[in-house]
Design a protein around this ligand. Structure first.
Ligand SMILES: CC(C)(COP(=O)(O)OP(=O)(O)OC[C@H]1O[C@@H](n2cnc3c(N)ncnc32)[C@H](O)[C@@H]1OP(=O)(O)O)[C@@H](O)C(=O)NCCC(=O)NCCS
Length: 165
């Protein structure tokens, strides 16, 4: 795992980011998306988001993209001090400390970009992710009850945030 590099995402990573996003989304447990949007939509979205100064980091094993973490600033001026965090790792790369490295680097980049508050939503049964978020300083702020549903199975979403001051 020590060989895995964490870097800023560039245009060259978009296809492999799309592939990794699709794999994790299709697990249908962790992400709001149940599959990745079409590649061209993902490309447009990522290029525009990166151009707007949002945080997009990737974890690379050689040339292979094995994880990502993004923190995207809210659009409205009154919420522009806030960013929303999303992340995922391919299954072979989980539970080895990589998530922690990735999120810590992303939080630092968000802080450098002037964000004050980082928010996220996590499914209540995703104990591994909740543990990671608590370890790096997120606190629970509330619960959106039955907010995620796949095949008739409802799950609560826990709203978490960290604030830098
Ligand atoms: C959630 C995710 C990013 C965490 O990254 P990771 O590399 O697997 O986690 P780490 O190895 O860095 O471990 C983070 C913490 O969780 C703990 N942990 C690891 N596996 C765990 C498990 N199965 N249950 C509970 N805690 C667990 C670790 O011990 C560590 O806590 P510690 O610092 O107190 O020891 C990664 O597992 C993942 O991508 N999962 C699927 C997609 C996903 O859930 N995305 C987030 C959506 S909100």
């Amino acid at each position: 795992m020590d060989d895995i590099r964490i870097e800023r995402m560039t245009e060259a990573h978009i296809e492999s980011f799309h592939r990794a996003l699709d794999i994790v989304a299709r697990e249908r447990k962790y992400l709001t998306l149940l599959e990745a949007p079409p590649l061209e939509d993902t490309r447009k979205f990522a290029l525009s988001s990166m151009a707007n100064g949002n945080v997009h980091l990737v974890a690379l094993d050689g040339d292979a993209l094995v994880g990502w973490c993004d923190i995207r600033r809210h659009f409205f001026p009154s919420r522009a001090h806030c960013g929303s965090l999303g992340m995922g790792l391919l299954s072979d790369y989980r539970e080895k400390g990589l998530g922690r490295r990735l999120i810590e680097a992303a939080i630092e980049a968000a802080r450098e970009a002037g964000m004050i508050r980082i928010e996220l939503g996590v499914h209540a049964d995703n104990v591994r992710a909740i543990r990671l978020y608590e370890r790096v300083g997120f606190v629970r702020e509330g619960v959106s009850r039955d907010a995620f549903c796949v095949e008739g199975h409802y799950t609560d979403v826990i709203n978490m945030a960290m604030i830098f001051w």
